[in-house]
Design a protein around this ligand. Structure first.
Ligand code: PLP
Length: 447
């Protein structure tokens, strides 16, 4: 592997036959030369490209507006900007970030139904027009602070089967949509469409189909009131990894596509967008943490064996507590939104005969809530051993806090040369990402 000249993004090229996993090993090996055992990430930007190709293939009618809140690193945003995606921004700072990378305002949706007045003014001053709303109060703010907003009405969904539901906080119920649209009309505002979000980690495709049909009803309400409704935003909720106990992306899209064709056929001219976050970034990131402390809890219990003349038999229960140099206030802040329920892996797979013990994994802060994994099985590890968490790109880095002064893990970005060339080609020629990805990934060993 050799370092690339830092350009717009700082990364290392993976040489032919090397994968991001090799970088993890290399960084761990380097740590043996020093005392440095800081936690770190390895991000494969090629995986972000791979996800984009998968998106284009599975949802050809839906333009992705990447949800920046999910992972706001410059490297990810830059890669996606090069690939031509749009962006879902939740705040002025996210709009600033995306625009600093040269993204046209037409590729931004300000998808926060509850915005601070000064942020709406900022959007107006920077030509960001598309924005969501779900209340009459928001309409009043917009009419006072934005010169030319194009409003998108966010509706609630049935997100009861999602890992992280959002509809208790955002979205208008169907029965209040007509009133909201009427108010927008009275205020002279322009409503252009409908959005929804089925909640992060959606496990029931029916949530999407129901929401698409609800959106169709709201389109009709809008049209009856004279609005030109031509934007449908199907939000996020798509899985970021292919773990076997979650719904596969393609299982979801196989149901969404016919629903879109039924309610919003191509000849209606309705533009369909989505706000995927986790889908694009989760699997690109691997987090590597170091064990900085350990407690061996041994419970000895005496059991009287009647048949054996009442002699005592000792039953020994052993549980291990590992303390690592990351925390719930850093990479694990959105425990419920990220797949950390999967136990960590080790650099070297345990031998089949190797004993494992019930373990818990704790963060480095003093908070008793700093519990990373409540229960998993691991071998008897030592202080300074490493634990590896995969699929850690979503709602991790963007939620880092400085609680107790611990430093943030470093992030090492890697990409294979063919993948990088492909990103650059799409960027320079503005060509759409091809549906066939094999020629881009065939040269790396783990693809
Ligand atoms: N759009 C909005 C408005 C959101 O609130 C979120 C997540 O909270 C997303 C998109 C991204 O969701 P996901 O990561 O499930 O794709």
């Amino acid at each position: 592997m050799n370092a690339a000249t830092p350009t717009e993004v700082d990364f290392t090229f993976l040489e032919e036959g090397f994968s991001a996993r090799d970088t993890v090993e290399q960084k761990i090996n380097e740590s043996f030369l020093t005392d440095d055992r800081d936690a770190f990430y390895v991000c494969d930007l090629g995986d972000v490209l791979k996800k984009h190709l998968r998106w284009v293939r599975a949802l050809p009618r839906v333009t992705p507006y990447y949800a920046v809140k999910c992972n706001d690193t410059r490297e990810v945003v830059m890669t996606l900007a090069s690939l031509g995606t749009g962006f879902d921004c939740a705040s002025k700072t996210e709009i600033q970030l995306v625009q600093s990378l040269g993204v046209d305002p037409s590729r931004i949706i300000y998808a926060n139904p509850c915005k601070q007045v000064s942020h709406i003014k900022y959007a107006s001053a920077h030509a960001v027009q598309m924005m969501t709303f779900d209340s009459k109060e928001e309409l009043v703010k917009v009419v006072n602070c934005h010169d030319n907003a194009k409003l998108v009405l966010r509706i609630t969904t049935d997100d009861s089967k999602s890992k992280f539901p959002l509809s208790m906080k955002f979205g208008a119920q169907l029965k209040s949509c007509r009133g909201l649209l009427e108010r927008a009309k009275e205020l002279g505002l322009d409503v252009i469409g409908v959005s929804f979000h089925v909640g992060c980690g959606c496990t029931d495709v029916k949530s999407y189909t129901q929401a698409i049909s609800d959106a169709y009803c709201v389109f009709h309400m809008g049209e009856e009131l004279g609005f030109k409704m031509d934007l449908l935003d199907i939000g996020g909720g798509f899985p970021g990894s292919d773990k076997k106990d979650i719904l596969m992306f393609e299982e979801i899209t196989a149901v969404i596509n016919p629903a879109l064709d039924k309610y919003f056929p191509a000849d209606t001219g309705v533009k369909i967008i989505a706000e995927p976050g986790s889908f694009y970034v989760a699997s690109a990131y691997t987090l590597v943490v170091n064990i900085i402390g350990k407690k061996d809890i041994v419970n000895e219990e005496s059991v009287s064996d009647e048949e054996d003349g009442g002699t005592d038999e000792r039953i020994t229960d052993r549980a291990l507590m590992y303390y690592v140099n990351d925390a719930v206030s850093k990479s694990f802040s959105c425990k419920e939104m990220t797949p950390v329920q999967f136990p960590p892996t080790l650099l070297k797979k345990p031998q089949p005969h190797e004993a494992t013990y019930p373990c818990s994994i704790w963060g480095q802060t003093s908070s008793r809530h700093d519990s990373i994994v409540d229960h998993c099985f691991l071998p008897d590890l030592q202080v300074s051993d490493w634990l590896i968490f995969e699929d850690m790109g979503a709602y991790t880095i963007s939620s880092f806090s400085n609680f107790s002064g611990f430093i943030n893990p470093n992030i090492h970005y890697v990409i294979s040369r063919p993948a990088w060339q492909h990103v650059k080609q799409v960027q320079s020629q503005a060509i759409p990402a091809p549906v066939e990805e094999s020629h881009v990934f065939q040269e790396t060993s783990n693809e």
